[in-house]
Design a protein around this ligand. Structure first.
Ligand code: DSN
Length: 416
């Protein structure tokens, strides 16, 4: 039985059009994915009706006996996935999770050492436009242009010079593996706490395909909707010694009632990530990113950080005479969705930077293979190299049509 079509045709119309947009385009934004129908069902469940401030077994409202079960299930599964001593599944998304950790571990004026945004860091890691940057003193490390890797020598120098209270690891546009051991050694040398924001690569860590910081670091934050392929949301994993401070910082410190429909959907996604098939998915995500890298390299587009070791690539499109905005708009016009992005030490502005970021998690969920990725990568090169060529754009639209038809998304799903 469907209720929306008669109840609110205007919303149904929007849902139908968005479903069609997702079905008919190539979604290559590195931070996006497609959840399972089971996750969608949990999101749209009666759990959205309940207020449950507090934590399982200790709530401020009555009637939470089943909500407690859903939240405990999500926590248990997250602990299994990542090997965490303590998990808080209530953060509404990644930014609130990070801010809650800062408020749990830091005092205003404390110094935090984190990655420069143009080198792949994140706004919530202390970008000057954020409120956090007014509260804390953020010092920024960068990557080494010679290797494309984090400049661990610079991290050590900055740590010794600034004695940060917290060293922050984790990125939204960095494509290389991370040496958490070296970060931990440096943090111990200067008496700093360690925090990793694994939002982008959480699914690859859960699948045991990338290094896992959870056993080494004090606190780890993540979103649940990127490579982890769950509902939009956040999560904090930490050592038992920080559990009380983290829980208090999330609620009542920063948030009100948790979104328990969302937490149940996280539990569903974590069950999926515990299945052996999720490891296969993660492997395909990484192989597909490598296939794209091969096509871009062959097409003469500069790959920032030298290569990809994960699910994304940052491309310097000035190498083909375009700005990031021009490249994003061109690809949009043929049905390929990516995002413009700053590249290391970018001389251009964030609204029209020098790069684009491109990732494989969403298309891999649809079953796209390495052969598909080579075809897409080669077509992207062609489109970017001939921005005024209508015939190339027509070829690209045809390829998008063929590939999306070959890998249907949510077959059978309809809102009208
Ligand atoms: N907006 C996310 C991304 O695209 O990486 C990070 O918050």
């Amino acid at each position: 039985m469907r209720y929306l079509p008669t109840h609110d045709p205007a919303v149904v119309d929007i849902l139908e059009r968005e479903l069609e947009r997702q079905r008919s385009g190539l979604e290559m934004i590195a931070s996006e994915n497609f959840v399972s129908l089971a996750v969608l069902e949990a999101l749209g469940s009666v759990l959205t009706n309940k207020y449950s401030e507090g934590y399982p077994g200790n709530r401020y409202y009555g009637g939470n006996e089943f909500i407690d079960q859903a939240e405990s299930l999500a926590i248990d599964r997250a602990q299994q996935l990542f090997g965490a001593e303590h998990v808080n599944v209530q953060p509404l998304s990644g930014a609130p999770a990070n801010i809650a950790v800062y408020s749990a571990l830091l005092q205003p004026g404390d110094t935090v050492l984190g990655m420069d945004l143009s080198h792949g860091g994140h706004l919530t890691h202390g970008h000057p436009v954020t409120w956090m940057a007014k509260l804390f003193n953020f010092v920024r490390y960068k990557t080494d242009p010679a290797t494309g890797l984090i400049d661990y020598d610079q991290v050590r120098e900055l740590a010794k010079a600034h004695r940060p209270k917290l060293i922050l690891v984790g990125y939204s546009a960095y494509s290389r593996e991370i040496d958490y051991g070296t970060f931990k050694t440096i943090a111990d040398e200067v008496g700093a706490l360690t925090m990793a924001d694994i939002a982008h690569i959480a699914g690859l860590i859960a699948a045991k395909l990338m290094n896992n910081p959870v056993a080494l670091f004090d606190v780890v934050t993540t979103t649940t909707h990127k490579t982890l392929r769950g509902p939009r949301g956040g999560m904090i994993l930490c050592r038992e010694q920080h559990a009380k401070a983290i829980d208090k910082a999330v609620f009542p410190g920063f948030q009100g009632g948790p979104h328990e429909n969302n937490i149940a959907a996280k539990a569903v996604a974590f069950k999926e990530a515990l299945e052996p098939s999720f490891k296969d998915y993660g492997r395909e995500v990484m192989k597909n990113a490598k296939a794209l890298e091969q096509a871009f390299r062959a097409g003469g587009i500069t790959v920032c950080f030298k290569q990809t070791d994960n699910h994304l690539l940052l491309l310097d499109v000035t190498s083909v005479g375009l700005s990031g905005k021009q490249a994003q708009d061109l690809l949009d016009s043929v049905g390929i969705t990516v995002n413009k992005n700053m590249i290391p030490d970018d001389q251009r502005k964030p609204m029209d930077p020098s790069g684009i970021r491109i990732g494989t998690p969403a298309l891999t969920t649809r079953g796209f293979t390495e052969a598909d990725m080579i075809a897409i990568g080669e077509m992207i090169v062609k489109v970017l190299r001939s921005p005024n060529n209508e015939s190339v754009q027509h070829q690209a639209r045809t390829l998008v049509k063929e590939l999306t038809a070959a890998h249907p998304l949510y077959p059978g799903l309809a809102y009208s």
